[in-house]
Design a protein. Structure first.
Length: 358
């Protein structure tokens, strides 16, 4: 035996698990299944049951599917014990199950598939996010929900105001709700500023990202919190894929040639946060204005050029944070003139960028 894995199908109230082993001839054996409560007591029972089945000479790899927030408690429980945990996206598991020709889909068959998936693949180990960045992520996502609710109320207020016989009391209540949401947005921004002011390292990294044209405090908070301070990001290509800004193409032979587009299979909050900064950078930065104009003249699609600028800004934020360097607008001007640059760090975002491939 060369590997042992516990596949976990997570539900709101229970954990359905399957224990399997991989041997040196690449043979797989799934031989134990059981259900436990999704509670701290159930976690302890599951760990005790797994210890009895596992070979003590090899570590057990716990693999689970990301199921809303129901998997988080058990994942944090395992991480505190320094056990190897991997969290797999649901679409990867469902696509893998199709290759197994499984006709009956239940919690048990899902646990079997997750276990076999963990045995066959080399999965990244999951680590609990920093509590500071998790708190910022909760606040930025709450603000995003409030903004969406406020927009819906403003649309409702407009419809009620212009109808034939508007109800004054209804309009008043709608305005009061909008004022309440405005107050909550202000409170969230104040909390974010307090959190940033209390941590010196976080404050410096926010300043680094805010030095990029078009990016402000809120966008910097979203970038750092959604990537957990780029903790598990190894390169720019992985970052763009995580944000869903990577290019998706469909070509086969001479008959199939679909239009290229971004995959949108990634963190929607990170992708959404880069939209307005890209428009601001295009409007106020000569460099990004030139990039935007060049791409539009190449293919004539404004949204595609704007998305390319989004990806470029996100990659640059990653490079600057990793190298602890602020953006220097004079560097690129010096580079274009053929002189030696003042700071060599930002150039990596330009020379290694995949934007010109589009």
């Amino acid at each position: 035996m060369i590997k042992q894995t516990l596949g976990i199908d997570v539900a709101q109230k229970e954990l359905v698990v399957c224990f399997g082993k991989l041997f040196d001839d690449f043979g797989i054996e799934l031989f134990a299944r059981k259900a436990f409560c999704n509670t701290p007591k159930g976690f302890a029972e599951l760990l005790k049951w797994t210890t009895k089945l596992a070979d003590k000479e090899l570590p057990v790899h716990f693999v689970m599917e990301a199921t809303g927030v129901y998997h988080e408690s058990f994942a944090y429980f395992l991480d505190k014990l320094d056990l190897k945990v991997s969290i797999v996206l649901p679409n990867k598991v469902s696509n893998y199950m199709r290759t197994l020709c499984i006709k009956t889909i239940t919690d048990k068959t899902a646990a079997d598939a997750i276990c076999q998936f963990g045995l066959e693949r080399q999965l990244e180990a999951w680590k609990a996010p920093n509590l500071l960045y998790k708190q910022i992520r909760q606040l930025t996502r709450e603000r995003d929900q409030i903004i969406a609710e406020r927009t819906a109320l403003k649309n409702q207020l407009h419809a009620e105001s212009v109808e034939a016989h508007p109800n004054k009391n209804s309009i008043k209540r709608t305005k009061d709700r909008i004022k309440l949401l405005d107050k909550q947005v202000s409170q969230i921004m104040d909390e974010l500023k307090q959190i940033i002011a209390q941590d010196t390292e976080l404050k410096e990294r926010v300043k680094i990202i805010c030095s990029i044209p078009g990016i402000g405090l809120l966008t910097a908070c979203v970038i750092l919190s959604e990537t957990n301070n780029f903790d598990l990001i190894r390169n720019k290509r992985q970052l763009t894929s995580y944000a869903g800004l990577d290019v998706k193409e469909k070509e086969s032979g001479t008959s199939v040639k679909g239009k290229s587009s971004i995959s949108k299979r990634g963190n929607k909050y990170l992708r959404k946060a880069m939209h307005l900064p890209s428009l601001s950078a295009i409007q106020h930065s000569e460099r990004y204005k030139a990039i935007y104009a060049r791409l539009v003249s190449k293919h004539g699609i404004k949204m595609k050029a704007s998305t390319a600028v989004q990806r470029k800004l996100l990659e640059l934020a990653y490079i600057l944070v990793k190298n602890d360097t602020k953006f220097d607008p004079e560097y690129f001007m010096d580079n274009e003139k053929g002189t030696e640059a003042k700071t060599p760090i930002p150039l990596q975002s330009e020379t290694c960028s995949t934007l010109t491939q589009n």
